[in-house]
Design a binder for this molecule. Structure first.
Ligand code: FBP
Length: 354
């Protein structure tokens, strides 16, 4: 495999082909899916960039299956991805945060051997205030017989992903993805409309600098979570305090911590007993990326990628980022704490990222 540097002028298409060449049995279908996602990302970036000028800011006036108000750009991004992906003959079904049910491949289009799960525009409630938003995607191999993909094909544990990634629409537009051969970042050069390799083989620092958490939920957290947050802040321990950074856009918070080191935490709490973030198209793809970059992801009790999904839109608590801080989360949250005193400490080993 050619070792590129950040200065090599390498388009994402060329990089995908070079990675594919390492698998003589590859058919090119997965590469085709990644091309189409890159194309959809360019189209969404164009909409997001000009959102303030075109009448596409604000709410659509509808709610999605999560009971969230859909932003106009949520609906537009969802349509762009479905239209970019449904006719390539590589997918047999899709699932989106914005759609209650599985999205079938229309009759008349060939069905392929993969399924795509995606969050078309993560953090969309931030669009109107010009805060970075993102697209998150996950690709799984079809496991059922028959032409069309089914719920069973979607409900696979994250460790079975064959590719995953995200796009961040921030000061620049970046696409970060992995097919299990490291995590690589590409920056969109708007002057030529190409994603160029800018961050080859991303490695997340093992010890974090930043803590991303919405602590307005502190009153609803249980004692373990409070104990964990105190440690992240360097209280009750000799740990160096983490600096708090919270944008409220998962992709933006995750991306910062991936490059600079840190932990994003969205614990379960009394009002959200299963957390807020969705397992299949938010936690799983980002967990795949962070492990490929040497980090870790846990729900506080289990490795995210080992969770066996049971519902299409199920939620999960999420602790993701630098290995040391995620390890501390698993260690602290597994402790039995009775009125602040530890009563039992189980074995907490987390698998080491790539
Ligand atoms: P969606 O916009 O895709 O529903 O994402 C959920 C999200 O906005 C994340 O991006 C973000 O991390 C989180 O919710 C913020 O939640 P809260 O407002 O409770 O802190």
């Amino acid at each position: 495999m050619v070792r590129h540097t950040a200065t090599s002028v390498v388009t994402i298409e060329r990089f995908i082909i070079e990675q594919e060449r390492q698998f003589p049995e590859a058919t090119g279908e997965l590469s085709g899916i990644l091309y189409d996602i890159a194309l959809a990302a360019k189209m969404i970036a164009n909409k997001v960039r000009s959102a303030g000028l075109a009448d596409i800011l604000g709410a659509q006036g509808t709610e999605n299956v999560q009971g969230e108000v859909q932003q106009k750009l949520d609906v537009i991004s969802n349509e762009i991805i479905v239209k970019a992906m449904d006719h390539g003959g590589r997918l047999c079904a899709m699932a989106s945060e914005e759609e209650p049910e599985i999205i079938p491949i229309p009759e008349g289009f060939r069905c392929g051997k993969y399924v795509l799960l995606f969050d078309p525009l993560d953090g969309s409630s931030n669009i109107d205030v010009n805060v970075p938003v993102g697209t998150i995607f996950s690709v799984m191999r079809k496991i059922t017989n028959g032409r069309h993909g089914t719920l069973e094909d979607m409900l696979q544990p994250g460790r079975r992903q064959v590719a995953a990634g995200y796009v961040i629409y921030g000061s620049s537009t970046m696409l970060v993805y992995s097919t299990g051969q490291g995590a690589h970042g590409f920056t969109l050069d708007p002057s030529i409309g190409e994603f160029l390799l800018s961050h080859p083989d991303i490695r997340i620092p093992p010890h974090g600098k930043f803590l991303s958490v919405n602590d307005s939920y502190e009153q609803h957290w249980d004692e373990n979570v409070r104990a964990l947050m105190r440690q992240y802040r360097g209280l009750d321990s000799d740990r160096k305090p983490l600096s708090v950074r919270y944008v409220g856009s998962l992709v933006a918070d995750f991306h910062r911590n991936l490059l600079a080191g840190g932990v994003f935490a969205y614990p379960a709490h009394a009002r959200a007993p299963r957390g807020k973030l969705r397992l299949l198209y938010e936690a799983n793809p980002l967990a795949f990326i962070v492990e490929q970059a040497g980090g870790a992801a846990s729900d506080g009790n289990k490795r995210i990628l080992d969770i066996e999904p049971t519902e299409l839109h199920e939620r999960t608590p999420l602790f993701i980022g630098s290995k040391d801080e995620v390890g501390l989360a698993a260690e602290t949250l597994k402790r039995e704490l009775v009125s602040g005193v530890e009563v039992k400490a189980p074995d907490i080993s987390l698998p080491v990222g790539r």
